[in-house]
Design a protein around this ligand. Structure first.
Ligand SMILES: Nc1ncnc2c1ncn2[C@@H]1O[C@H](COP(=O)(O)OP(=O)(O)OP(=O)(O)O)[C@@H](O)[C@H]1O
Ligand SMILES: [Mg+2]
Length: 385
């Protein structure tokens, strides 16, 4: 049955996603006389009020809102302001007031709309932090380059030994900047595509095998043994849904970290396993604190895992949640041979998100670290070709 117009309008206002109130008032400055005579569902939920009419002060007390109401009611102009709600889950809200006219009782009427901008503010803050961090990371090698250029032009001008040494350092700093820019570009590209599921099918064993092979020289240089074990690698391929280059990046970053943070003579164990359903049990070793940095998609029930275990210094429990933040590095690992940009695990996290996979870290100080990446198995294997 068709709704009469009046009911249709009421239903429409109630269904609007933004909170809306109609406020009335007779006298400027008479705050206690302000009433709301309509509040849609969104407004009632936000302001935690039950009735759709009542005293305005019983619904909102924020001075910005009250000022906006009065401007709209008595200056008859559009007014707006911004305020934050208090409490544990504080929200950033934008408030707008607009004069509507006069009611039957001669009261002035204004429309008050509230718009939740919490998410926008959060994204803005992240962007500002990100830019600040990125510039800071670039400034350090840049300052060092400038310093050496000055030295080479000055007192080291005719000193061949010093010149060679300084040029070596300058090369390393320039390489570092290039790596940082490459990582930043890669990260923003991955984030941009994060909502588009990968379409390819990848043989995980093959890819990991290649990455292990490519990492061998670094392992040898750091005197770290790489032990690569894959259950079923030689018998049948383990096919996962994904994009090859990105899966390479995941394996590379995890293996690179394991080597980088291992002491001389230690071993890094790289394993692959297929057909896992119980994710908790898969993240060995037993009893070590563990944390899920990316929670796997509950709808895809079988996974292949890549597990990289090292005998390095391990990571204290309180640092585990921050590992995949951009630029985060555990204190004390910020310089020397172990230096990095702190972007590796952020990249891994976004790739695993995109792959609807999971990432679990198990680690304790002095007991090494184990990173486990879960990839959803490709449902229908494509032809081997
Ligand atoms: N296997 C590991 N053992 C101990 N600490 C680790 C390990 N992997 C990561 N970490 C810690 O987590 C931090 C972040 O790792 P991430 O890979 O994101 O950055 P990075 O290795 O410092 O730099 P990048 O990978 O960008 O060159 C590292 O700085 C290190 O403190
Ligand atoms: Mg790294």
């Amino acid at each position: 049955m068709a709704l009469p117009d009046s009911q249709l309008y009421a239903a429409l206002i109630d269904a609007l996603p933004d909170p809306i109130l109609v406020v009335t008032g007779f006298e400027p400055g008479d705050l206690t006389g302000r009433r709301y005579i309509l509040a849609n569902t969104a407004a009632r939920e936000l302001l935690r009020i039950n009735a759709d009419e009542g005293l305005l002060l019983s619904a909102v007390r924020d001075p910005v809102v009250l000022e906006t109401v009065d401007k709209a009611l008595f200056d008859e102009t559009d007014a707006e302001g911004a305020y934050e709600t208090s409490g544990a889950q504080s929200k950033s809200l934008k408030v707008r007031g607009r004069f509507l006219g006069f009611g039957r009782d001669g009261a002035r009427l204004a429309l008050l709309t509230l718009h939740d901008e919490t998410e926008v503010r959060r994204v803005e803050r992240t962007r500002v932090d990100f830019l600040a961090n990125a510039s800071h990371e670039l400034r350090t090698p840049l300052a060092s380059l400038s310093g050496f250029i000055e030295t080479l032009r000055g007192h080291a001008r005719d000193d061949a030994t010093a010149r060679d040494r300084f040029l070596g350092i300058m090369q390393a700093q320039a390489d570092r900047m290039a790596r940082l820019i490459a990582d930043l570009t890669s990260l923003s590209r991955i984030e941009l595509d994060e909502h588009i599921p990968p379409r390819g099918v990848v043989d995980l064993g093959l890819v990991v095998g290649e990455v292990v092979e490519a990492a061998a020289p670094l392992g040898a240089q750091r005197r770290v043994k790489l032990e690569w074990k894959s259950c079923g690698k030689d018998t049948h391929p383990v096919l996962v849904r994904g994009e090859r280059d990105q899966i390479v990046q995941v394996a590379q970053n995890l293996i690179d970290n394991a080597i980088k943070y291992s002491p001389d003579g230690a071993a890094v164990r790289i394993e692959m396993q297929s057909g896992l359903t119980d994710l908790g049990a898969a993240a060995s070793p037993e009893g070590t604190p563990r944390l899920s940095l990316v929670a796997p998609d509950p709808s895809s029930e079988t996974y292949a895992v890549l597990r990289v275990a090292d005998q390095g210094p391990g990571i204290a429990r309180q640092n585990l949640p921050r590992l995949s933040e951009r630029f985060y590095r555990v204190d004390g690992q910020k310089s020397g041979a172990r230096s990095g940009t702190g972007l590796g695990l952020a990249i891994v996290k976004h790739i695993m998100n995109r792959h609807r996979g999971g990432l679990v870290v198990a680690s304790a100080e002095g007991e090494g670290s184990t990173f486990t990446a879960y990839f959803p198995l490709a449902g229908v294997p494509e032809s081997k070709a």
